[in-house]
Design a protein around this ligand. Structure first.
Ligand code: AGP
Length: 607
């Protein structure tokens, strides 16, 4: 959701900005632009549409400056068009601004600025920032930005350049992601690491309300009171290739093929001498005596991982768990207190709804344990306990490998809680650990069998509506299968508990309706076979996903996609991969842009 790149150094800024923005395309955008200071003037080039359009325009303009800011916009205030795209210039043409986030008090600020004679060109909230910096600017850009951010309510990551400043630019952040890249004779800002990784691996992770001043040789960071902050350098150790397609046609496929490795990376280092060791989780058996309920709070796919978490934690640790969609949790006056553990799940660690829910739970006294992929992200920094999912950068908007690792992390947390509470003994712990260790090989086998799903998708991609039904953990899995299909293939779909279908939704089943049934829970196989019979009797076409051993399902379903005979408890981590492949091939058959689905953003940093 909106991408920012900024550069200062001895090189021509424009290609660096455009390349950086290309690395942020995954975040989702509908327009793009750059502002370059060329020693004489500020030049702004922007347009609606893809970066290719911006590149064409930039080539015509021949922008030569060595200071610049670039932006990809995901529209919130005002439709996607050339005028609303960033950068925005101030009234005087002296200040250019790029912004990610939402300024909630922008109407009030706009009225004030209009009363001072400022004229607005766009419908955006961002334009107030450009005029406000201009209003405060009396020859000191840093001071003007500090005074401006003091007035802003809402969220922002900002890059600001000024016509009078040929040696610096200024950035700031609050509740929207922004990092600083530290080069030699050049420095950068960006919304995410891949944008600058080809130039440097040394970065500063920024705190809320920090203001950053970048020259080509130096970066200074100030807190909200104007005091200089000493930052630690974070060295990025993952490879540039992790954020590239590496021969695959789409990031989504590449990321599915990374699942076995990243599941291993998430599980193996946490198992030592047959025990679970979670270094950044300090929760003790004594602390657990005061916890009588767990909340799992997250959005989208991460929330679906949380639903699996509910089943697994309740089964193993015997602690009641409630799962909440973050955007609802925050505003429903939740009964959360210091007797609760709140588990936050997020790939990006920057989802604003989730971050806001975390803060609400913390305010109410709860302990926060986060399962996060991005190291140093806001959610990671604000949590009491952290368990990183080592999924590496996930570029495709549709989350795949991050989900598998979120599940792996949830199993580790559930086992840790259960063992600390004395709910499972060494033997049971050992048995489940062995099951977890076997998952990567099983996922490998599923991926090797992908053509079965491809073939099925090639026959059914014209489906108008698809139902996913499952029981227990397979119901949780159905939710994720359904979301994946919707977001990349645009086919309407719903997930239902197998037993609930007959209470209303079965009315929608007619001849040819596709029904997808994950069936991995031994004790529920017979019940699911009955549900398959019910929908088949009304004309449905059924695809079942089940362990190889469940041969009897072949008699009821139209097609059976098999997964190896994994333990039912850990089966979701393996059985989700065929669902991801199904969504992928349906989208490909329909000619959809699988990596960048319409209307969606990778990291949702607005509420
Ligand atoms: C996943 O395919 C989605 N694009 C989306 O639901 C995502 O999982 C959700 O926005 C949460 O993101 P997070 O994990 O980065 O917090």
């Amino acid at each position: 959701m909106c991408g920012i790149v900024g550069y200062i150094g001895d090189k021509t800024a424009t290609p660096i900005l455009i390349n950086g923005l290309k690395k942020l395309e995954y975040r989702g955008y509908d327009s793009a632009g750059v502002a370059i200071y060329d020693s004489e003037d500020l030049k702004v080039v922007k347009c609606k549409g893809r970066l290719a359009c911006l590149e064409d325009k930039v080539n015509v303009e021949n922008l030569e400056g060595k200071i610049g800011i670039g932006h990809t916009r995901w529209a919130t205030h005002g439709e996607p068009n050339d005028v609303n795209s960033h950068p925005h210039l101030s009234h005087s043409g002296k200040i250019a601004v790029v912004h990610n986030g939402i300024i909630e008090n922008y109407m009030k600020l706009k009225e004030f600025l209009q009363s001072q004679g400022y004229e607005f060109r766009s419908e955006t909230d961002t334009e107030v920032i450009a005029h406000l910096v201009d209003y405060y600017y009396k020859g000191d850009l840093v001071k003007a930005v500090m005074e401006t951010v003091d007035e802003l309510e809402g969220s922002y990551a900002l890059g600001v350049i000024c016509k009078d400043c040929d040696d610096k630019f200024v950035a700031a952040r609050k509740d929207s992601p922004l990092i600083v890249g530290l080069g030699k004779g050049e420095n950068f800002i960006a919304s995410d690491i891949p944008a600058i990784l080809e130039h440097t691996r040394d970065i500063y992770i920024l705190e809320d309300k920090e203001v950053i001043v970048l020259t080509k040789d130096e970066v200074k960071v100030y807190d909200s009171l104007g005091a200089e902050v000493k930052k630690e350098i974070f060295h990025v150790n993952w490879d540039v290739s992790s954020a590239e397609k590496g021969g695959y046609e789409h990031f989504m496929m590449k990321e599915m093929f990374e699942e076995p490795k990243v599941i291993r990376d998430t599980i193996n280092p946490r198992i030592k001498d047959g025990k679970i060791v979670l270094d950044n989780i300090k929760l003790t058996a004594e602390d657990l005596k005061n916890i009588d309920k767990i909340y799992i709070v997250a959005c989208g796919t991460a929330c679906h991982a949380g639903v699996v978490g509910k089943y697994v934690i309740e089964k193993l640790a015997k602690i009641p768990v409630e799962v909440d969609v973050a955007s609802e949790f925050r505003y429903r006056d939740p009964l959360v207190s210091d007797r609760n553990l709140v588990i936050i799940i997020s790939q990006s660690g920057e989802t604003l709804d989730t971050l806001a829910a975390l803060r609400e739970a913390k305010r109410r006294g709860a302990r926060i344990l986060s399962i996060v992929n991005v190291v140093g992200s806001s959610i990671a920094r604000e949590s009491n306990d952290i368990l990183y999912t080592w999924a590496g950068p996930e570029i495709a908007v549709a989350s795949t490998k991050a989900y598998n690792t979120q599940l792996a992390a949830i199993y580790l947390v559930a086992l840790d809680l259960a063992y600390k509470k004395g709910q499972i003994d060494d033997k049971e712990l050992g048995r489940i650990i062995e099951a977890l260790k076997g998952i990567p090989d099983s996922v490998d086998k599923v991926l090797a069998n992908k053509e079965v799903i491809q073939k099925f998708a090639s026959r059914h991609y014209n489906a108008k509506s698809i139902f996913f039904i499952g029981r227990g953990l397979d119901y949780a899995l159905s939710m994720e299968g359904s979301l994946k299909l919707k977001e990349i293939s645009y086919i309407h779909s719903e997930a239902y508990a197998g037993g609930e279908l007959k209470h209303g939704t079965i009315a929608l089943i007619e001849k040819g309706t596709l029904v997808v049934c994950p069936i991995t829970q031994d004790t529920l196989v017979d019940k699911m076979v009955s549900n398959i019979k019910e929908v088949k009797a009304r004309g449905a076409v059924v695809m079942a996903i089940t362990q190889e051993k469940n041969t009897e399902i072949e008699k009821s379903a139209d097609i059976v996609v098999t997964i190896p005979d994994v333990d039912p408890l850990v089966a979701p981590v393996v059985a989700v991969t065929p669902l991801q492949l199904f969504a992928y091939y349906m989208a490909i058959e329909k000619g959809c842009d699988v990596d960048k689905p319409r209307n969606l953003a990778k990291s949702v940093t607005v509420e």
